[in-house]
Design a protein around this ligand. Sequence first.
Ligand code: 5GP
Length: 192
Amino acid sequence: MKLLEERIMKDGIVKEGNVLKVDSFLNHQMDIDLFNEMGKEWKKLFAGCNINKILTIEASGIGIACITAQHFGVPVVFAKKSQSINIEGDVYTTRVQSFTHKKVYDVIVSKKYIRPEDNILIIDDFLANGCALEGLIDIAKNAGANIIGVGIAIEKGFQPGGEIIRKRGIRVESLAIVDKMDPTTGKVFFRK
Ligand code: 5GP
């Protein structure tokens, strides 16, 4: 998606350790007009797919998922990061290894909010090694729900997540795929 690529080139900051900072429009301050265009794009890509629920993970996925949900007219469920897995009650749980924070955490979704009859679109901000996404897929599968596909804002194509998930037969629609980024020059190269 050209608009998102242009914004990454203008405002994204390439950090050491393969981290792209997009705090000024996506991860901290949020550009809602841009989110709206992203939502429109996913609506086009997943037209006619009968999606009835969007699943994301806190925190950065929530804003994007909510604006996108307005285009689909469906609710958003977000997986919560939990400290106290054994007192949460009737929940699906999974473990996620965080790329940015380098730690493992548990995430939960109440069994009330994902049902076997759901047709789910998973939305997240980044796809890197795929751990966050694997966690969400795991939860949806445990619920017996149907995963229609995944919408990612920025995929880092030089990390293995995208390939792993696509090889599992899951449709992944990333709006910008970064193939290379250089912390010295700050340049970002996109997949054509
Ligand atoms: P994965 O689980 O695919 O390795 O990483 C996905 C999660 O890590 C995303 O939800 C995002 O929050 C975070 N993440 C991964 N790489 C980056 C990055 O380069 N920049 C930012 N801002 N977040 C990232």
